[in-house]
Design a protein around this ligand. Structure first.
Ligand code: 5GP
Length: 111
């Protein structure tokens, strides 16, 4: 079980930003920007984008549609923010549970 699965189950606490029946958003424990929040699906079958199939289209669309709402809750919707998902070893992905990083609250280095 991943650390995110434990967070979903409430076994490990998190600093929650948003939750509904499909997703959970919480502050990253080691923020890389003034605002650094993780958005994760509650379903546990996706380690990363490599596992996404047509069956996940609704969930993927749901998460993308909710990210601007979460950004607004964080107060970064007007100033802008970056959405990142690490996928596999070369990306440095640490937690094998699909997640999107929302980064903002300050000027980010151009990619
Ligand atoms: P990845 O490198 O897999 O894309 O991102 C995993 C993220 O999860 C990292 O930014 C890391 O700081 C964060 N993280 C790891 N363990 C915990 C935890 O227990 N709580 C929270 N809130 N974030 C965590």
């Amino acid at each position: 079980m991943t650390i995110f699965a434990k967070i979903i189950q409430g076994a490990i606490p998190c600093n929650k930003v948003y939750e509904d029946e499909h997703i959970l958003a919480f502050h990253d424990i080691a923020p890389r920007a003034k605002v650094h929040v993780l958005v994760i699906p509650k379903q546990m079958h996706l380690a990363g984008l490599q596992d996404v199939s047509d069956a996940d289209r609704e969930l993927m669309g749901y998460m993308m549609a909710k990210i601007p709402h979460i950004a607004a809750l964080l107060g970064v919707d007007k100033t802008g923010y970056r959405v990142v998902t690490n996928n596999g070893p070369h990306s440095g992905q640490e937690v094998p549970h699909l997640h999107f990083h929302i980064l903002g609250g300050e000027q980010l280095k151009h990619l």
